[in-house]
Design a protein around this ligand. Structure first.
Ligand code: HEC
Ligand code: HEC
Length: 246
């Protein structure tokens, strides 16, 4: 369910209406100066999805289906002021510090593809990253690398123990009475069986009666990557480049 609230924003003294609307409705996800966070940077020379103000207005009013970008009910006047403020933000584009080509090599060296898929290549233990640059801002990505646990609450952690949906990345370890052990992510579960994808990518279905151990763990499977700052810059620049050029 999407939350749609009609909001009236009163600007504080000295703050323009467009800025006030932006800070109230958008800055949580797009950063206070449009630098990006859970949502992509808006302080960029060119928006990927909004070639002109008309499309931009439609995106703001309707949101982007199947994404975390919500629809917003907003008056024509506030919308015009907001669009103008977004234009001001675009005049001060934020440029990535790192080098995307070097970042791509780090992605390979660190074997991120073990768990992540980019354009059809890679593993499925973590979310697909093909469009990640379109979806997330730099600071968020950097934190996803240095502190993967930080966003776990938003990755269904509170539901992980209860919802057997695929892609909830719940980590599972199991051992059978025949001495086999398995580690991976749960895909599905019922009272008698559990299906998982093992770390080496096999799909297994285990009969619970045959298990001597079944542990589920709501911590992220993703290891932390405390890389040197310059390498983090390069790797985030690479991730930012995924999802289409600006
Ligand atoms: C709950 C978080 C959230 C909020 C609040 C939010 N957005 Fe977004 N927004 C996103 C995400 C995530 C995307 C990327 C969606 C995708 O491409 O899959 C996005 C995408 C966009 C895009 C497309 C970017 C591009 O490069 O073309 C624009 C424009 C945008 N948002 C503007 C806004 C504005 C203006 C507001 C305030 C009225 C707002 N958003 C509020 C999360 C949010
Ligand atoms: C052992 C598996 C594994 C490896 C290796 C791994 N990740 Fe992840 N990653 C995950 C999982 C699982 C998540 C889902 C969120 C969570 O559980 O924290 C995730 C989340 C992410 C996210 C956040 C995605 C989002 O939309 O919020 C990014 C970005 C990311 N990983 C990048 C990388 C990069 C870059 C590397 C290599 C340096 C890497 N990961 C290595 C498993 C892995």
């Amino acid at each position: 369910m999407r939350l749609v609230a009609l909001v009236f924003v009163l600007p504080l003294a000295g703050m323009a209406q467009g800025e006030a609307v932006y800070k109230a409705l958008c800055s949580n996800c797009h950063g206070i100066s449009g630098e990006g966070a859970r949502g992509p940077a808006l302080a960029v020379a060119k928006l990927r999805r909004a070639p002109d103000d008309r499309v931009l207005g439609m995106i703001i009013r309707s949101g982007i289906p199947n994404s975390e970008m919500p629809p917003t009910r907003i008056s024509d006047r506030d919308l015009a002021a907001l669009v103008e403020h977004l234009r001001v933000l675009r005049r001060r584009p934020q440029t990535a510090k790192g080098d995307a080509a070097r970042g791509a090599r780090i992605y390979e060296q660190q074997k991120c593809a073990q768990c992540h898929m980019i354009s059809g290549a890679g593993g499925r233990m973590g979310p697909e990253l093909t469009l990640i640059g379109q979806i997330r801002g730099e600071a968020y990505l950097r934190r996803a690398l240095t502190d993967p646990q930080a966003e776990v609450p938003d990755n269904f952690a509170q539901y992980r123990m209860i919802i057997p949906v695929p892609d909830n990345y719940l980590r599972v370890r199991a051992a059978t009475s025949r001495g086999e052990s398995y580690e991976g992510v749960r895909l599905n579960e019922d009272p008698f069986t559990i299906q998982m994808r093992t770390l080496d990518g096999r799909l297994v279905s285990l009969d619970k009666a045959s298990l001597t151990r079944l542990e589920k763990d709501s911590k992220s499977l993703m290891p932390a990557y405390p890389l040197p700052a310059a390498e983090l810059d390069d790797l985030t620049a690479y991730l930012q480049s995924l999802g289409g050029a600006r």
